[in-house]
Design a protein around this ligand. Structure first.
Ligand SMILES: Nc1nc2c(c(=O)[nH]1)N[C@H]1C(S)=C(S)[C@@H](COP(=O)(O)O)O[C@H]1N2
Ligand SMILES: [Mo]
Length: 218
């Protein structure tokens, strides 16, 4: 999947509303409500959340390492990363601390295109992400591979700022935002699931906002 333009998204939404009879029944406002997962509230700004260490990585020293259960492990520098197909995605952010932010425009390399490059082995089922600040987080390979998944280098047409994870962060919008590792440095493909930083500290192994999977005992 390449670009997901706002137009495509709107077209899809309109078709879905039409199928559900939203225009006929006047339930269009409910469609907007359904966009916000349970227990979330909408914000217009974009809060910064991290462990308090915002690493400064120059593009000259930046690398992304892919290891583990893949046919083609690679270490990409900034140049090599930009040789990969570039995509755009439009998605909503849902943070476990209850804020959500609609319509974020990302550019970068889709996780789909990254998977085409490294070719996970059949037994690979999970990924562990490690960042330049030492942060780790885990998720199933099927979620990493979702159509909206992107290794983002730009937001709203501008290079991703350092406080939001620049030069590159992951965005997996259908899971709580703690899965979207900022300052991403390494992706390891695993046969079995392992807990990352927040997952070891009581957060859910998957983190689906629609099922309110905030904490591990949920
Ligand atoms: N490397 C790294 N990535 C991280 C974090 C972090 O502390 N370090 N925090 C996570 C959490 S809890 C959230 S809510 C989002 C916040 O991203 P933002 O600051 O761009 O809003 O980043 C996630 N990714
Ligand atoms: Mo978070």
């Amino acid at each position: 999947m390449t670009d997901e333009t706002p137009e495509t998204k709107l077209t899809l939404s309109k078709r879905r509303w039409a199928e559900e009879g939203k225009f006929l029944t006047g339930r269009i406002t409910r469609a907007e409500t359904d966009r916000l997962p349970p227990g979330q509230h909408l914000v217009k700004n974009w809060p910064v959340l991290d462990l308090g260490q915002q690493p400064l990585i120059s593009l000259a020293e930046w690398t992304l390492q892919i290891v583990g259960a893949v046919e083609n492990p690679v270490k990409l520098d900034w140049n090599a990363f930009h040789q990969l197909p570039q995509s755009g995605k439009l998605s909503d952010i849902h943070c476990v601390t209850t804020w959500s932010r609609y319509d974020n425009r990302w550019q970068g390399v889709s996780t789909h295109d990254l998977l085409d490059l490294v070719m996970p082995r059949p037994q690979a089922s999970f990924v562990m992400l490690t960042s330049y600040d030492g942060y780790t987080t885990n998720l199933p390979l099927t979620d990493f591979a979702s159509e909206d998944g992107i290794l983002a280098t730009a937001w709203e047409g501008e290079p991703l700022t350092r406080d939001h994870g620049g030069p590159m962060r992951l965005v997996i919008p259908h899971l709580y935002f703690w899965k979207s590792a900022k300052w991403l440095r390494r992706i390891e493909f695993l046969v079995g699931d392992q807990a990352g930083f927040w997952e070891r500290n009581g957060y859910h192994m998957l983190g689906d906002p629609w099922r309110e999977q905030r904490y591990s005992d949920d």
